[in-house]
Design a protein around this ligand. Sequence first.
Ligand code: GLU
Length: 445
Amino acid sequence: MKYADRVLTELQERYKSEPEFLQAAEGVLASIGDYVEDHSDIEKYGILDRLVEPDRILTFRVTWIDGAGKAQTNRGYRVQFSNAIGPYKGGLRFHPTVNQSILKFLGFEQIFKNSLTGLWLGGAKGGSDFDPKGKSDAEVMSFCESFMTELFNYIGPDTDVPAGDIGVGEREIGYLYGWYKKLANQFHGSLTGKGADWGGSSLRPQATGYGLIYFVEAMLQEMNQKLEGKKIIISGSGNVSQYAAEKAVEQGAKVITLSDSDGYILDSEGLNEEKLQFVKELKNIRRGRISEYANKYKSAKFFKDQKPWSEEADIYLPCATQNEIDGDQAKKIAGSRPILVAEGANMPTTPQAVRVFKQAEILHAPDKASNAGGVAVSGLEMSQNMANLAWEKEDVDKRLHKIMNEIHDKCVKYGQAGGNIDYIKGADIAGFARVADAMLSQGVW
Ligand code: GLU
């Protein structure tokens, strides 16, 4: 039995109750199996056995006072997965679905994603089952302060640098950072995603979405094609979706859908700058529902409780959440013979969906490659904090673009598959090889 298969079998036995983590581990271990066989030191030094177990998992109680003066209790976590190539780095997710399995899947993926950026970033993830939806600013602040009271002992610019994810945007990072400073009495880069006026990178909000489109452009360029004129389906309407749509529209593409957990909107005329401004205001400030888009714009229709995957397009960008495309939905996508699917969300495709795309020979960029732009700019924010420098937006954008092109080239290099490019395999091998080499150089710990 191959070393990677043995590790996977043991993992499946040990973590039966962590399906999302197993799903992420199965994907990576399947991709790297042959590479591992060709490098015997990897087994000798137990690299896989070590890499599938987080360095540590912190779990804590978060108690806070709601608007009615009642005490509420949530669960908080930080999964510090690997610091082989840099301090632990990865977002915090506040969502009712958060549990240890979800955070282990996200933390595990983050190791390889961060490795692909070429920066010195280890892998981690954290969060809470707290639901910010419908909560007042004061309630969110009370929660964030209590969460940080526990977390602050374990983070710092050279130790672990959390950032945002679903449910954690600039508002939450603000409250978390404010309380961190209160406790640590230090103004430094212990969190990324900070406001541009107080230690943040000027392009961090745009970074994941812009990076996704830069990656898509690199894929298209590989086939001598351009983004201009392409029809795009985007799911979600949060940070990644908003800025992916913005960049795609700027480059002359036609974006026709957005969604949230209530359903999706189809705008046959396509989004434009003004409509996107409305979405940003709706989602980021008023915290409303995407159905309001269809009330405002006559060219749009709202489809309640549905996902946009039956609509036809050239490019599909799932940017909402994990497992949002299952096998049947992937068949619908494959039916419109798109040029490519690129993931903006983390693990938005089920294993069945991955197989459907593979069989239909549809180019499929995995999250760890195509959505690495966010953490890449977080890495740049860390560099700026260390040097106490504020870089111009154009400068950050240029660096982001270069990093996304380099990630694309790594996928092409390691993903050759009989004339096609297997972006999933390419990303997994390239991401893993760097971490494995670092672990082999640093001895057994
Ligand atoms: N949550 C983002 C991700 O999934 C960004 C993490 C970060 O900036 O540290 O990659």
